[in-house]
Design a protein around this ligand. Structure first.
Ligand code: TMP
Length: 244
């Protein structure tokens, strides 16, 4: 058996090769970063929690017809995934104004958007993940026009499914970030992770703007009990059976 090789280490995950070139192993770390890694820390148990939440959500999305890179979860903080070529875009979907949308537009925090907003950011740490226009991303050849349309459509579909799912958990899905990859057949698959690191999640049972936060904003804004909030999301997510 050939030893697994570290292929790539990111801020929250490490990717390893496996004996099968079509399959990679993702190791979820407890490390947390924010503001392009200017803020660093660790959240106890985050690797296992995010791996478990992401696995459940990928399986749920697959059951609803969304193709993903997910294969299985061989250990608590490891996910086996299809080896895809990651499209260097962060696809952000927003239902409610928060974060950089408020900072850059002046829209008030918590404003419900008339329709979901899909945005594309260039996945490039050196450039600080800048917001792109469609014309810019086509100019940069980050995706073809047909792929941009498909990413937009898939992001909207995923948003509808996730919004309903989190509502069943008593959680409002404020916004989230997706990444996609291309398989050998050039099919777009949902990839990376979906977790409290990559979503803004507000507890519907609490209207207090700080107490309701169940996601990485607790770490970004030093709100305390980050682990407790992540565990609460995990508990509620796992309590929802996967239905097709
Ligand atoms: P933003 O408001 O900071 O642009 O973030 C929008 C959403 O994207 C939010 O749910 C957090 C997520 N996100 C990531 O997953 N990774 C990132 O590097 C950033 C900046 C945001």
């Amino acid at each position: 058996m050939s030893a697994a090789q570290k292929l790539y280490e990111g801020k929250a995950k490490i990717l390893y090769t496996t004996e099968d070139p079509q399959i990679l192993l993702t190791h979820f770390k407890d490390d947390a970063t924010a503001f392009n890694a200017q803020k660093r820390g660790s959240i106890v148990g985050k690797g296992e929690i995010n791996c478990a939440i992401s696995s459940h959500l990928f399986q749920m999305l697959e059951a609803q017809g969304i193709p993903t890179h997910y294969l299985d979860r061989p250990s608590p903080n490891e996910m086996r995934v299809k080896n895809v070529k990651i499209v260097p875009l962060e696809v952000v979907v927003r239902n409610i104004a928060a974060g950089s949308l408020c900072q850059q537009t002046g829209l008030p925090l918590g404003k419900v958007l008339p329709q979901p907003l899909v945005e594309f950011y260039y996945k490039n740490d050196a450039l600080g993940d800048p917001l792109l226009t469609r014309d810019r991303l086509l100019l940069m050849e980050l995706a073809t026009p047909a792929q941009v349309d498909q990413l937009q459509t898939m992001a909207q579909q995923i948003n509808r499914i996730l919004t309903d799912f989190f509502a069943q958990c008593g959680i409002t899905l404020v916004d989230f970030k997706l990444e996609f990859g291309l398989d050998a057949q050039q099919t777009l698959l949902l990839a990376d992770e979906i977790s409290p690191d990559t979503c803004r999640l507000w507890n519907q049972a609490d209207s207090d703007p700080d107490r309701r936060v169940m996601d990485k904003d607790r770490f970004r804004r030093d709100l305390g009990d980050v682990e407790g909030a992540y565990r609460q999301v995990l508990e509620r997510v796992l309590a929802q059976p996967i239905q097709s």
